[in-house]
Design a protein around this ligand. Structure first.
Ligand SMILES: O=C(O)CNC(=O)[C@H](CS)NC(=O)CCC(=O)C(=O)O
Length: 274
């Protein structure tokens, strides 16, 4: 039996760091009490506010996130993903947007700096220019074999639209794909669940997708629906639109079983494609 419970947490983060971290701890504790071994926090869990404010206090957000994640992993004995937090980029202005996985002892297991930046003008009027405040990561995301769980691959939010990133994670052995997000309400209603299920089905892998939900500041509103999806593409848990968690069992053997039933990864003709 190598079953474990995976929790995709859902938050409504604002520009108030302390209250965001308190809300995050509350959900981590609830998930741990329900028996979760793997717990994911969404993108922007510690701060979701105006870009200029974020840049001004970036190093303090980073310090707080780092010690928070180490403390929470140890306190609640969970493998914990900080799904996206700013890390000063070294140019004194912008930041990296980092996801980092911590073990139960608080050790850092893997980290990933978001590659694909959300520079999009949405038809509803909102404009996003992530590259104005964030430097793109320069390395493909990692896969880490977490003892007692499975091989976990990292990604962040907008990455979900780039299937080649997940194919790379699966080529590196991933059984489970972490997709922490702050998906917009506008794109989320049409794209979020479809994209997540597609990534799960085409890679025959679990998807654990923590999410932001509701109104954060100004017109910024997130879609919610944090999810756990199995390697067949079935949604095992959906957090709806309130703060909380989607919690469901994951199991390495189930990945192998479903890859046996639907061996599409084995039928690839990679030699025909660039
Ligand atoms: O703003 C920050 O502080 C940090 N970054 C985010 O929240 C990012 C960029 S605005 N959000 C997304 O990538 C949403 C993608 C999305 O919604 C889609 O692909 O449709």
């Amino acid at each position: 039996m190598s079953d474990f419970l995976a929790a995709a947490l859902q938050l409504t983060s604002t520009s108030d760091i302390d209250s965001n971290l308190n809300a995050a701890e509350e959900q981590i504790e609830l998930a741990a009490r329900r028996g979760a071994d793997l717990v994911g926090l969404p993108e922007n869990f510690a701060f979701l506010g105006e870009d200029q404010k974020k840049l001004k206090i970036a190093s303090s957000i980073y310090e707080k996130c780092n010690s928070f994640l180490v403390t929470m992993a140890r306190r609640y004995q969970v493998v914990l993903l900080g799904g996206g937090f700013p890390v000063p980029a070294g140019d004194g202005i912008r930041t990296l947007n980092r996801a980092e996985l911590f073990g139960k002892d608080g050790q850092s297991l893997a980290r990933y700096d978001k590659i694909h930046l959300f520079d999009v003008d949405l038809p509803e009027g909102n404009t996003y220019r992530e590259s104005e405040t964030i430097v793109s990561g320069s390395e493909s995301p990692p896969v880490v074999d977490v003892p007692g769980l499975c091989k976990i691959g990292l990604s962040i939010c907008y990455d979900v639209r780039f299937p080649e990133l997940y194919r790379d994670l699966v080529n590196k052995g991933a059984d489970l794909l972490m997709i922490p997000a702050a998906f917009t309400a506008f794109t989320g209603k049409d794209h979020w669940q479809v994209l997540l299920q597609a990534r799960a089905i085409e890679n025959t892998a679990y998807v654990v997708a923590p999410a932001q939900t509701g109104r954060h500041y100004g017109r910024r509103q997130s879609h919610g629906h944090a999810m756990v999806i199995d390697p067949w593409g079935t949604v095992l848990a959906d957090a709806g639109v309130v703060q909380g968690a989607a919690i469901a069992p994951a199991d390495k053997e189930r990945v192998e079983r479903i890859r046996g039933q639907m061996p599409s990864l084995k039928h690839r003709k990679t030699e025909l494609f660039i």
